[in-house]
Design a protein around this ligand. Structure first.
Ligand SMILES: [Zn+2]
Length: 107
C-alpha cells in the first residue's frame, strides 16, 4: 500500500499547514482503509488540561469535520491565534448551521 502511505503523509502535511502552528495533525488508516483524521491542540495539551483533540474518520468528509471542529476550538480558546484554516470559518459555521437544521427537522 505504498500509494496509500504517500497519499497519507501528503494529506497530513497539507492538513498540518492549514491547521496552523497550534495544531498537530495525525492521519491514521482505519480498519476499513479509510483515513482517520486526528487534530490535537498543542497549547491545551501543554497546559496539563485534558488534551483537546478531535478524531474523525472518512476521506474528505472526515477532513472537513475534523477541521471544522478545530476552527471552532481556535476561535473559542485561542482567539488571537492565526491559522490558514480560519478563512474557512464562515463555511464551517454554515455547515454547523445546516447540521442543526437537519437534526431539528428530523432528517
Ligand atoms: Zn487549544
Amino acid at each position: 500500500m505504498v500509494d496509500m502511505v504517500a497519499s497519507r503523509s501528503a494529506r497530513e502535511r497539507k492538513a498540518g499547514v492549514e491547521a496552523g502552528p497550534l495544531a498537530t495533525v495525525k492521519i491514521d488508516v482505519g480498519a476499513d482503509q479509510q483515513f482517520v483524521y486526528k487534530v490535537s491542540c498543542t497549547v491545551c495539551t501543554a497546559k496539563g488540561d485534558r488534551a483537546w483533540s478531535t478524531y474523525r474518520p472518512g476521506e474528505d468528509n472526515g477532513y472537513m469535520a475534523a477541521m471544522d471542529r478545530w476552527i471552532f476550538h481556535l476561535k473559542e480558546k485561542h482567539p488571537d491565534a492565526d491559522a490558514p484554516c480560519l478563512v474557512y470559518l464562515p463555511e464551517a459555521q454554515q455547515r454547523l448551521h445546516e447540521r442543526r437544521v437537519a437534526r431539528e427537522s428530523g432528517a
